[in-house]
Design a protein around this ligand. Sequence first.
Ligand SMILES: Nc1ncnc2c1ncn2[C@@H]1O[C@H](COP(=O)(O)OP(=O)(O)OP(=O)(O)O)[C@@H](O)[C@H]1O
Ligand SMILES: [Mg+2]
Length: 273
Amino acid sequence: MEKLEAALAKAREMRKSTGGTLQSQHAPVTPKAIPVGDWSSLPEVKLTPARMQRNRITAVLGGKNATPYDMLRSRTIRLMREKDWNRLAVTSPGAACGKTTVSFNLALSLSRQKDLRVMLFDLDLRRPALHRVSGLVPPHSFHEVLDGRVSFEEQAVRIGENLILAMNATACRNPAELLQASRTGEILDEIERTWHPDVMLFDMSPMLASDDNVGFLGNVDCALLIAAAERTTLPNIDICEKELAQLTNVLGIVLNKCRYADKLVGYSYDSYS
Ligand SMILES: Nc1ncnc2c1ncn2[C@@H]1O[C@H](COP(=O)(O)OP(=O)(O)OP(=O)(O)O)[C@@H](O)[C@H]1O
Ligand SMILES: [Mg+2]
């Protein structure tokens, strides 16, 4: 707990020193000397429909099952555009609230808008899951990019024309140190300057499990907090929302895993024909 308090204080200081404003964007306007990354040069990977269905990745093709994520996409993108934000972290109070599921679905939903270039990073470095959920084996882990052992180009893969995934094949041994390192912020800035994504999404670890995210959240513009219905307690949502608000801008709280879905959400116009 003391460690968490100290990390929070450090992160607050960092935010203050950068102005702590909503406009404290990370990557400056692209200098002319930096080569622009060619998205089509990254290896393209394909998702398997059966695996996607099994893992509740329903936003691949659109339609009724994608509706909740498309609604989340519309609200997210509207708020982020209003504020000129492009980096969004997804976290939750405890484990298994659905961060990876929501992040991946949101990334796919965003990427169905062809004018948006989207990057999804697996930053749950203790228990990376994006490679398991997607069924894709990355050639290297993104933590190796953060460690400086591998270049982003060697690591990243592409789905379609406008979605890049930065996954991990293995867990990382020093997640807190790596996520809090100033070099990590510089690497993200470099990636942003080179590849010009419109949205950078970060699938994070749970907030109450460790202080991994605390030093990192100064690198993002905003965060979504995922709570699991009938599982995440209100006091825990409250604690985490307050903590998040000290580190970044809270875009909203998503209540996931509701058993009784609103029948109006995701209804199909086709059913009237
Ligand atoms: N809306 C939902 N309804 C039912 N099950 C869900 C829903 N969203 C996710 N799940 C399931 O809950 C489990 C945990 O989901 P997920 O891995 O996305 O959570 P997480 O918050 O990323 O977990 P972790 O803390 O381990 O990283 C998975 O089996 C997933 O398929
Ligand atoms: Mg996860």
